[in-house]
Design a protein around this ligand. Structure first.
Ligand code: GLC
Length: 504
């Protein structure tokens, strides 16, 4: 464990890196790059050399990566910090988040690159950089047209709406939120509720790698992460759209209708616990019509009963990773499950069951570095077929069962929310212990992007150092676990809502 003094020094060091890495556009601070390579940290740049000299796109501001940084700035507000060898600088946390929201909005509304013209205005870019030509600055977005494997960043727009809501909660700046361009952006993103599609589910059909897991990992179809972020974005929009604005008159009821359908679908169909497993175990197949119980025609040999029988207990449960025709992806995806708790996509009893699973399986899920991105890892033939033999995603590495410290903030928020609902801080205490132990390693290892190995002992082979969302994930978790944690939680969480079930 770190001593209180070491703890304080670590927090200051993390915050300093974030402040120092801030990117400027036309004189305003607009975000932080994914990873920061400070020239004067010679030790850090030495370790970076072991990784790769190629920055790829890690010098860009990613929408999803900036979210924890932005949330931290919202909590910190205005503060002074002394950068090494310089005098104190004042940082205006709220203003930085506002700048980020405005700049990304500008990107959203500007003309799309030709390869992405048909995405409508639903997408926000994955990332952007500032290009300087002839003394002029220009924003250069990446909607996936440059990204490795040309993946589509479906999650970006949803994270953007979530950050906008947190900003609004922190500042009360309704004038900005109700501004015509902001209202239009929300409407355009959530045109998703109206758009004609080939599928009939309330969930969203997306390609592989459309979210934090932005490589081929067998998550095409209806991955949990996207559905949860969609739900949270819809809940946010429901609060942010101006009801007095006539242009919003059709979208608000559409959002409310979709919220109910989506929540009921996920709560029923994605839920996995012992009673459900037992029911699925007894399924008949090839059922036709409205009375079908095995709606997705799941075949018994595709279900890892033996593993699930060990993995689950009578008290635990979780949301499965994906659901489609004759397919349930039984992997546990942490981001989706935690954000489902935070956004109240799941009911209170389900939230508790998920935290119970994390507690009972803490050796596997929290390990030496919270938190595993998913469990279990794909191995052998399955890895070959599903990832396309991706060496970066070998078992227990990177997206395939690697450990991502950024997710500590979601873990902390979920634990606090369940703790508050059940007047029991058991999960909060578990998470506190895990986060404190992690702090010591993050300091020594210089804030890596991810860790490898079944217990998260190894620094990811290709992990960048000074990864900004690692720093923010840890600092934000500390804030959420601290004395004012419940107040900060208000920026993120949604209250439970029940929805009437409609006849199919
Ligand atoms: C990797 C991650 C992605 C992240 C990006 C920048 O591509 O998979 O989630 O946004 O790096 O850190």
């Amino acid at each position: 464990m770190l001593t209180p003094m070491e703890q304080e020094a670590l927090e200051i060091q993390g915050l300093k890196i974030l402040v120092e890495s801030l990117v400027q556009y036309k004189g305003r601070m607009v975000g932080t790059p994914a990873a920061y390579t400070p020239t004067r940290f010679s030790k850090a740049s030495d370790t970076n050399k072991k990784v790769s000299n190629d920055t790829l796109n890690y010098d860009q501001v990613f929408i999803r990566d900036f979210v924890p940084v932005g949330l931290l700035f919202l909590i910190k507000g205005d503060f002074e910090i002394k950068l090494d060898g310089e005098k104190e600088v004042s940082v205006k946390g709220h203003e930085i988040v506002q700048n980020f929201l405005e700049v990304t909005l500008e990107l959203h509304q500007q003309e799309r690159p030709q390869t992405f013209l048909n995405t409508g205005r639903v997408l926000m870019p994955a990332s952007f950089k500032i290009k300087k030509t002839g003394g002029k600055e220009k924003l250069e977005p990446d909607f996936g047209q440059h990204a490795i494997a040309r993946v589509t960043p479906v999650d970006s727009s949803m994270w953007w709406i979530l950050l906008l809501r947190a900003y609004w909660k922190a500042t009360g700046n309704t004038t900005l939120v109700h501004r015509a361009d902001f209202q239009e952006a929300i409407r355009l993103i959530l045109e998703l509720c109206f758009s004609d599609r080939f599928d009939r589910e309330p969930t969203l059909l997306v390609p592989d790698g459309a979210c934090m897991i932005d490589r081929r990992m067998g998550i095409y179809g209806y991955p949990l992460e996207i559905q949860v972020l969609f739900y949270a974005a819809l809940r946010s929009a429901d609060e942010l759209l101006d009801r007095k604005n006539y242009t919003n008159k059709d979208i608000i009821p559409a959002i409310e209708k979709r919220l109910g359908a989506l929540a009921n679908h996920i709560r029923d169909e994605y839920w996995m616990d012992m009673p459900r497993l037992n029911r699925i175990y007894q399924y008949n197949v090839e059922e036709y019509g409205a009375a079908a119980i095995n709606k997705y025609n799941i075949y018994a040999p595709s279900i890892p009963y033996a593993n699930l029988d060990q993995w689950l207990s009578e008290e635990s449960g979780y949301l499965v990773g994906n659901l489609g025709p004759s397919q349930i992806d039984f992997r546990f995806f942490s981001l989706g499950n935690l954000m489902a708790i935070i956004s109240s996509l799941v009911r209170k009893d389900q939230s508790k069951a998920i935290m119970e699973l994390i507690k009972q399986r803490s050796k596997e899920l929290l390990g030496q570095m919270p938190l595993k991105i998913c469990y279990a890892a794909l191995e052998g033939k399955e890895w070959e077929i599903v990832t396309g033999c991706d060496p970066k995603n070998r078992h227990w590495s990177y997206h395939n069962g690697g450990s991502w410290p950024v997710m500590m903030w979601m873990l902390a928020a979920a634990a606090r929310k369940v703790g508050q609902e059940f007047h029991d801080e058991e999960y909060t205490n578990l998470v506190k212990e895990a986060v404190e132990a992690a702090g010591k390693r993050l300091k020594k290892d210089e804030w890596p992007e991810y860790y490898d190995g079944q217990s998260g002992h190894l620094i990811g082979r290709e992990a960048r150092r000074n990864q900004t969302w690692t720093i923010a994930g840890y600092l934000l978790a500390k804030e959420l676990l601290g004395d004012s944690g419940l107040k900060h939680l208000e920026l993120l969480k949604f209250n439970e809502k029940t929805y009437r079930k409609r006849k199919q």
